[in-house]
Write a protein that binds this ligand. Structure first.
Ligand SMILES: Cc1ncc(COP(=O)(O)O)c(C=O)c1O
Length: 344
């Protein structure tokens, strides 16, 4: 496999790397945002870079349906459905969450895209996938399955490419060794970047901000997945990595999970409002809001030095703001901005 050639390039790349002047002034660091939220299909977001590889593979296998899994509000599912629509596949999402009581946010957009969402709260995820896959195959579909978050060795290549793209942009604007922060969920985004960084000796430091509580540390999961990526591509790349990194060498910060995945957190909403009010850019409460809050906190604590160069990768996810459990909190907090003559 040659990277970049075995994918279908449907994104307008590179995504912008912007210096956010107002926030830089406010925070006392040089703050840059890599706008992977501005990727052009289905509302944008990080999963599209992974899907460039998955779609090529699904076409090679003559699949007719793209099937994936996630939480009810999966951004990855929405973007899989969008790409499926563009490339003539049907799409389906399996979740073990309950139906949340309303078809809002990503679920609404899934419906726009003609994507079926299967709610299977009574099953383990792997069982639920088997049931739905069998059902689709009995109906004559050839199913191509994309794992949770698109985070396997193939999907991670999307962020291998992004790491190289980012390093070129950093070089062009003369940033010597900035600290890059990215949200870490199912880990493919972080690992693709880390794999590129180590293999190509790219000139940036990298920290993942975990948003997912786990039984073991995120770094232990990352070590395992890095090993799989390493094994898969060892023969096809000029390898500069002698030994894959151990968990202890992975920089994944787990201080900003706030106890649960996709929970409503006041401090995170404040971080979302700050980004909007200083820069007119929207974050989301599940992923990028927690990451940005983490960066703010590390600056306040002195863990990120003043005047240093900081890059956050904006991985998208804005529809999550409209999920009921976030939206209700926000509506309450933002009521003061609704200037009506009667109470609401
Ligand atoms: C908006 C957003 N940011 C970040 C992530 C995390 O990416 P990964 O699952 O590759 O760690 C996701 C994953 O769903 C996402 O939707």
């Amino acid at each position: 496999m040659t990277f970049g050639k075995d994918k279908i390039s449907f994104l307008q790349l590179p995504t912008p790397l912007e210096r956010l002047d107002n926030l830089s002034k406010e925070l006392g660091v040089n703050f840059y945002l890599k706008r992977d939220d501005m990727t052009s299909i289905g509302g944008g977001g990080n999963k599209l870079r992974k899907l460039e590889y998955f779609v090529a593979e699904a076409q090679r296998q003559n699949a007719t349906t793209l099937l994936t899994v996630g939480g009810a509000q999966t951004n990855h599912g929405r973007l899989t459905a969008a790409v499926a629509a563009k490339y003539g596949f049907k799409s389906a999402i399996v979740t073990t969450d309950d139906y949340p009581g309303e078809t809002s946010a990503n679920l609404l957009l899934d419906g726009f895209l003609g994507c079926s969402v299967y709610f299977k709260p009574m099953f383990k995820l792997s069982e639920a996938v088997e049931i739905v896959k069998n059902e689709l195959e009995s109906a004559g579909e050839k199913v191509y399955f994309i794992p949770l978050g698109g985070s396997d060795a193939l999907g991670a290549l999307g962020y291998y490419d992004c790491g190289i793209e980012l390093a070129e942009q950093l070089r062009a604007i003369g940033l010597m060794r900035p600290h890059v922060f990215v949200t870490a969920g199912s880990l493919g985004t972080y690992l693709g970047l880390e794999f590129a960084r180590l293999n190509r000796r790219l000139s940036f430091d990298l920290t993942g901000i975990s948003v997912l509580p786990r039984h073991r540390t995120a770094a232990e999961y990352a070590e395992k997945l890095f090993g799989e990526i390493y094994k898969t591509y060892m023969g096809t790349l000029g390898f500069n990595i002698d030994v894959p990194p151990r968990a202890s060498q992975m920089e994944i910060n787990e201080n900003y999970i706030f106890g649960a995945y996709n929970n409503a957190v006041h401090e995170v909403r404040e971080a979302i409002y700050l980004m909007a009010r200083k820069e007119g850019i929207f974050l989301d409460p599940c992923y990028t809001g927690k990451t940005f809050y983490g960066i703010l906190d590390m600056i306040n604590r002195g863990e990120i030095e003043k005047n240093s160069d900081v890059v956050m990768i904006h991985t998208g996810g804005f529809p999550g703001n409209y999920a009921a459990h976030h939206r209700i909190e926000m509506e309450n907090e933002l009521r003061e901005f609704m200037k009506t003559d009667s109470a609401i």
